[in-house]
Ligand binder design. Structure first.
Ligand SMILES: Cc1cc2nc3c(=O)[nH]c(=O)nc-3n(C[C@H](O)[C@H](O)[C@H](O)COP(=O)(O)OP(=O)(O)OC[C@H]3O[C@@H](n4cnc5c(N)ncnc54)[C@H](O)[C@@H]3O)c2cc1C
Length: 526
């Protein structure tokens, strides 16, 4: 029989790992089980923005927007390697259409009925002014107007777009964010189990008895509080794993992205408002690519089955082609991905309108169970704090909030210090190309130095798997970052899958299979 932990967390997405880190740092004993790889579901399929959600202002979701805006700068400081500021160009044109049943639409309908489905330029400027004021930070520059006829941002666009607004939000490497939270939780005492599915959870004598199936077979765990951070599986977990009846539910809304060859030369993103009332982003991605998304479709199948359908791909291509001078075509697409938003089922009419806010629901019909619905990558740290607010009353004497000012692993350097750190790494390891050094700093921050250690040449880093991935880095990812398969490394710990051939990925898989077998036989990695 295992010891009784304070918390058992189901789900290794951003919410499960964020809660695990916060709780472990407060001294609670924590066990987390993830059925596959960390961030394998929604938390690696996002648009990867730390953003306030400009369009949620349309829905008067002021608390959500204010909390998210204020949070951006806290996060930029805590993880300057995996997140950075971005400027967004929002071209203005009278053809743009907005959802007609938002609170803003209804209000505008009373005072300016002739503007149905449209927004005057002054209202967009006002929205951005509100966005700046609610944010009130020191790092991110404020909104400005852009003359597209003379600004480089106008160059790739159709000439009919003459004016734009430019505002700030931030980028984050979503799946690395998850793994760094898991690592920090582990460093503070949490036990993180990947490839471990929770098959049942039962209340027994004021505790939870949890059965998992993982690499070492079936295991029974005991915990005082159960946290259900199953994302799109949240409802499946309380109904079928814990066998709890509830009127609450989750609404699954699929969002797909396409990745194309790089479509333009500058480093800004575009915010495109469509003629159907929806918006999409076009974002510079992994240096040589452009990320375009997202869609918004009610998802009917199992959460794990989300794929970008040909219709969604064509929709995104047509949407972007309304703005770019050169049409974006199928042949430009090199990759796509899809994820499912686990939204709290509040009976909203359309997929776009369903609340993006998170809901924490505590079931106390016996040992406590906290169910986590919704949430954004941006608010994961605040969500974890709110979750702990609900949990700590069961553990009198637990320490208070702490995560706002503590960097994630590798993030202990100034928020604008990436160029300096990269130069230092290249100084110490002159055999690295600029791309290789930059990639390592963006992935590992100050820990890049630790990974390279005393290597004096590329050969010292061992086998070369392609696209600058070396054996030394693979060892780190297996032994420190819970990677078990090639896909964990090339699609989640990194995006090197965009640059590696199928043969190179197969060779990595074969190499890892040998290593993981050794790990499972001996109990240690490598
Ligand atoms: C298309 C799209 C774009 C988005 N863009 C943004 C954005 O730009 N910015 C932003 O802030 N937010 C964004 N979001 C929202 C954000 O991605 C999600 O809110 C967040 O990732 C949800 O995380 P989670 O931990 O709740 O769920 P998940 O990441 O899905 O994690 C749940 C985990 O639970 C595991 N699990 C389920 N059942 C079991 C079981 N029985 N045993 C063990 N493990 C189990 C699953 O395998 C999964 O890994 C976006 C979402 C989507 C879909």
């Amino acid at each position: 029989m295992t010891e009784t932990s304070d918390l058992f967390i189901i789900g290794g997405g951003i919410n499960g790992c964020g809660i695990a880190r916060d709780a472990a740092g407060r001294g609670l004993s924590v066990v987390l089980a993830e059925q596959g790889d960390l961030a394998q579901a929604t938390s690696s399929a996002s648009t990867k923005l730390f953003h306030g959600g400009l369009r949620y202002l349309e829905y008067f979701e002021f608390r959500l927007v204010r909390e998210a805006l204020a949070e951006r700068e806290t996060l930029l400081v805590a993880m300057p390697h995996i997140s950075w500021p971005m400027r967004f160009v929002l071209p203005y044109h009278p053809d743009m259409r907005f959802e007609s049943d938002t609170p803003t639409s209804r209000l505008l309908g009373i005072f300016m009925p002739w503007m149905r489905g449209r927004r005057p330029a002054w209202l967009i400027r006002l929205g951005l002014f509100l966005y700046d004021s609610l944010g009130r930070g020191r790092i991110l520059p404020k909104t400005r107007t852009v003359d597209l006829a003379h600004d480089p941002a106008g160059k790739p666009l159709k000439p009919k777009f003459r004016h734009a607004y430019e505002y700030s939000d931030a980028w984050v490497e979503d799946s690395r964010l998850v793994v760094l939270n898991a690592r920090d939780a582990q460093a503070r005492g949490a036990k993180i189990m990947v490839g471990t599915r929770v098959v049942s959870a039962t209340r027994a004598n004021g505790h939870w008895e949890i059965v998992t199936e993982g690499p070492s077979g079936r295991t029974t765990h005991h915990a005082r509080v159960l946290v259900n951070a199953g994302g799109p599986w949240v409802e499946d977990i309380f109904r079928n794993v814990a066998r709890i009846n509830s009127t609450e539910g989750v609404r699954l809304v699929r969002g797909s992205h396409i990745v194309t060859k790089r479509l333009y030369d500058h480093d800004k993103c575009y915010f495109f408002q469509g003629e159907d009332g929806r918006i999409i982003f076009a974002i510079p991605y992994e240096q040589d690519f452009t990320l375009i998304g997202t869609t918004d479709e009610d998802h009917k199948g199992a959460p794990g089955t989300a794929v970008c359908t040909p219709e969604e791909r064509d929709y995104l291509l047509a949407f972007a082609s309304n703005y770019f001078d050169r049409p974006v075509i199928r042949e430009d697409v090199v990759w796509d991905y899809s994820g499912v938003r686990p939204l709290y089922n509040d009976g909203a009419k359309s997929a776009t309108a369903a609340t993006r806010d998170y809901v924490l629901s505590l079931d106390q019909a016996g040992a406590p169970m906290l169910n986590v619905f919704g949430g954004k990558i941006t608010t994961y740290r605040r969500l974890a704090e709110s979750a702990l607010d609900r949990i700590v009353p069961f553990f009198p004497g637990t320490k208070g909030k702490w995560t706002a000012r503590v960097p994630l692993p590798g993030g202990d350097f100034p928020h604008d210090g990436v160029a300096d750190l990269t130069a230092r790494l290249q100084g110490a390891h002159p055999y690295l190309s600029a791309y290789h050094a930059g990639r390592l700093i963006r992935a590992y921050g100050t820990e890049a130095m630790v990974i390279l250690g005393d290597a004096r040449s590329l050969a010292d880093l061992g086998r070369d798997f392609g696209a600058t991935l070396t054996e030394r880095e693979v060892h780190w990812l297996i032994s420190r970052e819970y990677a078990r398969q090639a896909a964990d490394i090339v699609w989640r710990r990194s995006k090197l899958g965009l640059r590696m051939t199928a043969q190179q990925i197969d060779a990595l898989e074969a190499f890892m299979t040998g290593r993981i077998l050794t790990a499972e036989q001996t109990g240690t990695y490598i």
